[in-house]
Write a protein of this length. Structure first.
Length: 120
């Protein structure tokens, strides 16, 4: 049953990641990978929020592992950062790494704090 919940969550998260990435990136005339950055920060906030709620194996499998796991993408982040560096856009590559780590941790903390505030 858990595997099916993870698969269902991933079936929702993966297309949403793709569509969101394309929609956001098409609105920017920049080398910076805004689409991937956005889905990764959003996923971090959602996962932080879920972590702050009382543990529920069903929600964790469906929304945490499945949805957030498919929504966020470390592999694309790594690939895009490497391509920026290889193409001479080292400042963009460095900015992508720094901003993604700082914003991702901040978003996760914000989601966690929100869940704690709501759960009180």
């Amino acid at each position: 049953m858990t595997v099916l919940l993870v698969a269902l969550g991933a079936a929702l998260g993966a297309p949403l990641r793709y569509l969101t990435d394309r929609a956001i990136q098409s609105r920017h005339d920049s080398l910076f990978p805004w689409g991937t950055f956005t889905v990764n920060i959003t996923g971090s906030a959602i996962l932080g929020f879920l972590t702050g709620l009382p543990a529920d194996a069903t929600v964790t499998a469906l929304a945490g592992t499945g949805f957030c796991g498919a929504l966020t993408t470390y592999s694309t982040f790594s690939y895009e950062t490497l391509r920026l560096a290889q193409n001479g856009a080292r400042l963009y590559a460095l900015a992508n790494v720094a901003a993604s780590v700082v914003a991702g941790l901040g978003a996760a903390y914000g989601g966690l704090a929100l869940a704690h505030a709501i759960a009180r």
